[in-house]
Design a protein around this ligand. Structure first.
Ligand code: KG4
Ligand code: ZN
Length: 353
């Protein structure tokens, strides 16, 4: 089984071909990603209109390249999948329409993929792990602890009450004068900094509910920075290191609370703990969760950083998972700017599709 996956929900245009392996994992035949960092850099963040236009400019060539590098013709695919949300509506429409057009032309099934589900299932692409598993999903727009019970079967155990972790990284970077995107910049400066210099809060620490809060921490960084302005390179590095240390402590503490909820609510032990989403590329978080899982005796699966940040392979893989279950979509499937993973939240907020 071979599926083409297209991703255009934010500031990466991506296309990939993935093939199902006999052992149940995925073989990435090609994985093309074009970042729009240069287009957005001057604005310090993603500008939706610019993103949509940049996706249009590159998507055709990128799909051609993904097929070429995979050595696969359009008619040799089993389906064409695209992220249908959640994300910036203009960009999502570009990827979705491209996938529908290709599917119609090649007479192949079309699959609308939830971008968050694609992040959530990436650990099965890389490691063929079994359900259920305990997932920390941390990206620019989302911060959630989730019990993944099956494809389309998610129980949210906790989430952020304000900013997403990636958003907090990006905002802290911006206030320290570091370029967009902020996450990797903060990590790089943190490597040279003193994590103990600033005593920053660990919001929600010790609470039994597995929720996150980031805005107080972000404000604390701003107040410390204002106190010692103008900032030297050492100040910036120390602020980054202290901020990242607070995030890492919070992630471990909230994961501990989430794991307890998993054991109470899911009635089955998790097969593994999995991290997903762009922030899962952060090596401080990866190290701390490796230690945490070692202590709790839980298998830890972290996809390589390039499969944690947005990519086409995860969309193709989610397409394979859905096609394996006979889950295909029709051409009326519309782009969804919001699309929660768990059906309850979906029904409560938006009605079910
Ligand atoms: O999943 P993703 O690529 O896009 C979304 O779906 O949001 O996540 C992007 C987020 C951004 O906020 C970015 O700053 C953050 O992930 N990020 C990182 C790192 N690499 C990317 N945050 C911390 N450390 C990193 N190394
Ligand atoms: Zn993402």
């Amino acid at each position: 089984m071979r599926v083409l996956g297209i991703e255009t929900t934010c500031d990466e245009t991506a296309a990939a071909v993935v093939q199902l392996r006999p052992d149940g994992s995925g073989d990435i035949l090609s994985n093309e990603v074009m970042s729009q960092i240069a287009e957005h850099a001057a604005y310090g963040g993603v500008v939706p209109e610019i993103a949509a236009r940049a996706h249009i400019d590159i998507i055709d060539r990128l799909v051609e390249r993904a097929l070429f590098h995979a050595g696969v013709r359009l008619d040799e695919l089993d389906a064409i999948a695209a992220a249908a949300g959640p994300g910036l509506i203009g960009g999502v429409i570009v990827g979705l329409t491209t996938a529908k057009a290709l599917a119609l032309a090649a007479r192949k099934p079309f699959i609308a993929v939830n971008h968050l589900e694609a992040h959530a299932l990436t650990a099965r692409l890389t490691d063929a792990i079994e359900f259920p598993y305990f997932l920390l999903l941390v990206s620019g727009g989302h911060t959630q602890l989730v019990a993944v019970k099956g494809v389309g079967d998610y129980v949210r155990l906790g989430s952020t009450v304000d900013d997403a972790i990636g958003e907090a990284f990006d905002k802290v970077a911006k206030m320290l004068g570091l370029p967009y995107p902020g996450g990797p910049q903060v990590e790089r400066h943190a490597d040279n900094g003193n994590p103990l210099r600033f005593n920053l809060p660990r919001p929600m620490f010790g609470r039994p509910k597995a929720d996150f809060s980031l805005s107080g921490l972000k404000t604390a960084v701003r107040l410390e920075a204002e106190k010692i302005a103008p900032l030297t390179a050492t100040d910036v590095a120390d602020l980054c290191a202290s901020f990242q240390a607070a995030v890492v402590d919070t992630v471990v503490d909230r994961s501990r609370a989430g794991l307890k909820l998993f054991r109470e609510r899911i009635g089955q032990a998790p097969q593994a703990m999995v991290v997903a989403g762009g922030v899962a590329a952060n090596s401080g978080i990866r190290r701390a969760l490796t230690r945490f899982c070692g202590e709790t005796g839980l298998r830890f699966v972290m996809p390589p950083p390039a499969l944690c940040t947005d990519n086409g392979a995860m969309i193709a893989w989610a397409g394979i998972e859905r096609l394996s279950l006979g889950l295909i979509d029709d051409m009326t499937f519309a782009a969804r700017p919001r699309w929660p993973l768990d059906a309850d939240a979906d029904a409560a907020h938006h009605g079910k599709a």
